[in-house]
Design a protein around this ligand. Structure first.
Ligand SMILES: NC(=O)c1ccc[n+]([C@@H]2O[C@H](COP(=O)([O-])OP(=O)(O)OC[C@H]3O[C@@H](n4cnc5c(N)ncnc54)[C@H](O)[C@@H]3O)[C@@H](O)[C@H]2O)c1
Ligand SMILES: CC(C)(O)[C@@H](O)C(=O)O
Ligand SMILES: [Mg+2]
Ligand SMILES: [Mg+2]
Length: 350
């Protein structure tokens, strides 16, 4: 642990996977997070059972990976530690049908994102621990990092502690999936949910793709070639972000030319200006007051019409077609498509 931050950070020495000896951990779902948690825990010596519906196409992948697979309700009844890694939108019904009837006093109910607890879609009984271990990363990297002896940073939160050891048990799980190798920060369900939704909407997923598309469209509409626009606004972004990841903005500014540094520092705030900040604040407010989650629940009840429309528009954006063609032409395409195949296989849903 460190004293230098306002939050506690836990590392491998603060956690003990053997806390979960003699227990069975049920991992419900075998998608992006589920496959990574189940395989990492298994490789860490934890007894894991994967819970998937009889009809699930993920079953064969989990079995081929050497894991024991059963139905969600059977997995919960076998386990004393239940990790809920089905999509947020089905967690409430999986909870009602498969989890709640099979939970026993003293069990742990765990999430990788606190949406259903924070917005009261799941109301667990008082006699179980309710915790969260939320890797701050896409699931496929949680697995890849573990296999490369690296860690993935994560958040840990305790919502309900009836055993008196909810935190120690969650830390054991966090170590089992490789998060304490990198560092685990203690937080609350509320802070995780609101910051996670904000991050993915405003910056990581929504904000950045929108910035890239606007940049690409500006160049192409002005007559520049789509290939040049793709490389300038999308491909090189990874290389720039790698530098920011390694050494913050300073390392990136240090590596680019003085011309890029002056141009970026003097023009950046003109592009992403105060109006963007106001939009971000509005987006955060919709998260905090529950409006976003209400909208998402209703969208699901209606069969996801807007979701499908938005997804199609994104898929059909010119930058996607240009990127597909260009990635095929470059030497690194083989490596990229291998990774893609791997992710398609475990992402396959039913
Ligand atoms: N995707 C990420 O990288 C990421 C990162 C951090 C946290 N999370 C959180 O992890 C949780 C899981 O998200 P995900 O993106 O890994 O999910 P996913 O969509 O990748 O995987 C879903 C899995 O659940 C199974 N499933 C779907 N419906 C089911 C049902 N009705 N009953 C039983 N199984 C069902 C699918 O077969 C699949 O194996 C969510 O709470 C999410 O917010 C995800
Ligand atoms: C990987 C992310 C975006 O960080 C996660 O929060 C998710 O919901 O998939
Ligand atoms: Mg996230
Ligand atoms: Mg998220």
């Amino acid at each position: 642990m460190t004293d230098e931050f306002t939050t506690d950070i836990y590392y491998d020495d603060d956690a003990d996977v053997s806390t979960l000896d003699d227990e069975t951990v049920a991992v419900l779902g075998y998608g992006s997070q589920g496959h990574a948690h189940a395989l990492n825990l298994h490789d860490s010596g934890v007894d894991v059972v994967v819970g998937l519906r009889e009809s699930s196409s993920s079953r064969s992948a989990a079995e081929a990976d050497g894991l024991t697979v059963t139905t969600p309700d059977d997995a919960v009844s076998q386990a004393s530690y239940v990790s809920v890694l089905v999509p947020d939108t089905v967690q409430a019904s999986v909870y009602e049908n498969a989890i709640e009837p099979n939970l026993e006093a003293g069990d742990t109910l765990q999430f990788a994102h606190g949406l259903n607890i924070h917005y009261n879609q799941i109301e667990p009984p008082e006699d179980v621990d309710v915790t969260m271990v939320a890797p701050k990363s896409p699931g496929h990297l949680v697995r890849r990092n573990y296999e490369n002896d690296e860690g993935t940073p994560g958040l840990l939160a305790v919502y309900q502690d009836t055993t008196g050891d909810a935190q120690g048990r969650a830390l054991a799980y966090a170590k089992g999936i490789g998060c304490t190798r990198a560092g685990v920060i203690e937080t609350t369900f509320q802070e995780e949910v609101e910051s996670d939704l904000f991050g993915e909407q405003a910056v990581l997923c929504g904000g950045v793709t929108s910035l890239v598309k606007h940049g690409y469209e500006t160049l192409v509409d002005a007559g520049y070639s789509p290939e040049i626009a793709y490389f300038e606004c999308l491909n090189e972004l990874k290389l720039i972000v790698d530098l920011m990841y390694e050494g913050g903005h300073a390392e990136m500014w240090d590596s680019v030319s003085d011309t890029a540094e002056y141009g970026g520092l003097s023009r950046g705030d003109r592009i992403v200006d105060e109006s963007v900040r106001e939009n971000m604040e509005e987006t955060l407010e919709e998260i905090q007051n529950g409006e976003f989650t209400r909208e998402w629940i209703l969208e699901n009840q209606a069969g996801r019409p807007s979701y499908h429309q938005l997804r199609d528009a994104e898929k059909n954006h010119e930058i996607e077609q240009v990127g597909e063609r260009l990635r095929d032409l470059f030497a690194w395409a083989d490596e990229a498509s291998e990774n893609e195949d791997e992710s398609v296989q475990v992402q396959a849903d039913d």
